[in-house]
Ligand binder design. Sequence first.
Ligand code: UD1
Ligand code: UDP
Length: 356
Amino acid sequence: PRVAFVLGTRPEIIKLSPLVRACHRREIPHTVVHTGQHYSESLDTVFFEQLELPAPDHNLAVGSGTHSEQTAEMILGIAEILSDEQPTDVIVQGDTNSALAGAIAASKQSTALGHVEAGLRSFDREMPEEINRILADHVADSLFAPTDEAARLLEAEGIDADRITVTGNTIVDAVSQNLELATRKSTVLEEYDLEPDEFYLLTAHREENVDDPDRFAGILGGVGEFARRTDRTVLYPIHPRARENLAAFDLSVPPSVRLVDPLGFLDFLVLESSARLVITDSGGVQEETCILQTPCLTVRDTTERPETVDVGANRLVGTEPSTILAGADEMVSRDGSWSNPFGDGTAGERILDSLL
Ligand code: UD1
Ligand code: UDP
């Protein structure tokens, strides 16, 4: 085979890194097409460096824009590369506009499409990610579902079981390949003067939260108040979308919440594993906290990662301060004795085996 990976954002770089590295190791011909959806150093190149990935073979430099502009421009750029290079397989990951564009371009070019992290559903069609993942799943030829539950949801939508393989999630591979290095190399706790188990970690960047002033203020207020009451600080590595909206809406940040620039993967892994509690609207962070045995509160109304809630690692609390406070009270003292539902860290190898 000749594999073309299409990726464009922070979580795709992280979650495809085990596959790209495995292709390299196994000498499987491959090319990496970066759409340029993420381009800031802190959301992009830092991950190529830390995850020891070669620079992408192509960068479409699509940048930011409306969903339609971004997706359309990506499809055109990817199609041209596919037509020049004629790969046998296109691989996309997750639910971003980059993943959707790769899926559509592959299908128009009649190139086999593999979708990594198939079968996740929040059942909230207001979220752009939900539409992206449904479309990518339905055009994919090979669907790599992280869990049995995800495979079941795909079959319930009429997707042929022959096309679905349960592989675990490649985030387990990425965490297990980098945690030891992170613990050895990162000085993030010293840098921010944090004691393990004595601080909280927040990430919030989803459109439905940070583009809505009430929801964004609810998250900051609830998390800030919990930190004040328990006399701890919250570290918030803030995504540029959220940073811009904070200013645009003129929201005030509680004194217990400390904003810092987005961090590299190694520092972020150390923070996730040392935090007393993590509060997030991220998909990847819900999984990583579950894997790293740190309790998590998800400030959303739905999750496409229900396995994390089922095992007791995560709770959905919405964005009202009162429900955040009640959820935090319950989760803060939970011990991390649950089992990891996302596989054994060999998802990347399983996906490649199934492609070959
Ligand atoms: C995208 C994904 C989201 C994912 C997130 C990962 C879609 C629809 N959304 O959201 O599912 O959780 O990536 O982080 O694909 N910006 C920068 N620098 C960058 C990139 C963006 O400053 O490198 C700013 C720009 O102001 C831009 C805004 O962030 O308008 C949003 O970027 P965009 O790529 O549209 O979506 P994300 O919020 O990053
Ligand atoms: N992450 C990181 N630095 C940060 C915040 C997040 O390295 O400052 C990593 C995190 O470990 C996870 C991924 O980014 O693997 C999650 O990406 P994000 O939350 O942007 O997107 P989502 O998973 O919600 O699509």
